[in-house]
Design a binder for this molecule. Sequence first.
Ligand SMILES: [Zn+2]
Length: 243
Amino acid sequence: MVLQTVDVLKNEIPFEEETVTIFSPAGLVLVDIINGFCTVGSGSLAPREPNRQITQMIEESAKLAKLFCDNKWPVLAFLDSHHPGKLEHPYPAHCITGTDESNLVPALRWIEEEPNVTIKRKDCYDGFIGSIQEDGSNAFVDWVKNNKIRVLLVVGICTDICVLDFVCSTLSAKNRGFLDPLEDVVVYSRGCATFDFPVSMAINSKDLLAHPQELMHHMGLYMAKGRGAKIAREVMFHAPGKA
Ligand SMILES: [Zn+2]
């Protein structure tokens, strides 16, 4: 069998995915599952055609959001939202505040009405940094502490950019003791996706790097695991109240 280049590279940096059992109190973090990154034709960074990895990410995230909402467990949704005229280099203008690009995808729009859901708009890649408020407090840190979250389950887009940046900052903050009682950060692989920008298109772009989807998704999970996150192939839930 002739291995594809992507498989050769993945073989060079293999990692193990596990079945993770989530015990409450757990919190679900949805990273940027918004039209501007997920809905075909919805702006400069949206997919140009239906994308299997992104579709799966939305389906899995919506299932988890339903389960968390049914149990009234805390959910935090980051929504990339930029002020008009303020670019996020090196990307073209995207997800401008007030446009539908910066809103949750149709499959998740309903969570805005749920009392256990916190919506946090951010204007940078990293949701941890984006949660810093004018008075120096951090809305994400407060959310973890107020809900006494011990396990964080993270899904969303892009695996190797906003998901990874958030996971790295969260693990650094946890290691410094800023996020007690948080113990574990779990990244659910099928609940994450990234975009596809093949090298054949990148050679025509001055700023944007090539970004082969499958490989960059793998890299994002690998880097998160390298920081101490658990990478879940499957998540099970331990029903509260049971021994
Ligand atoms: Zn952005």
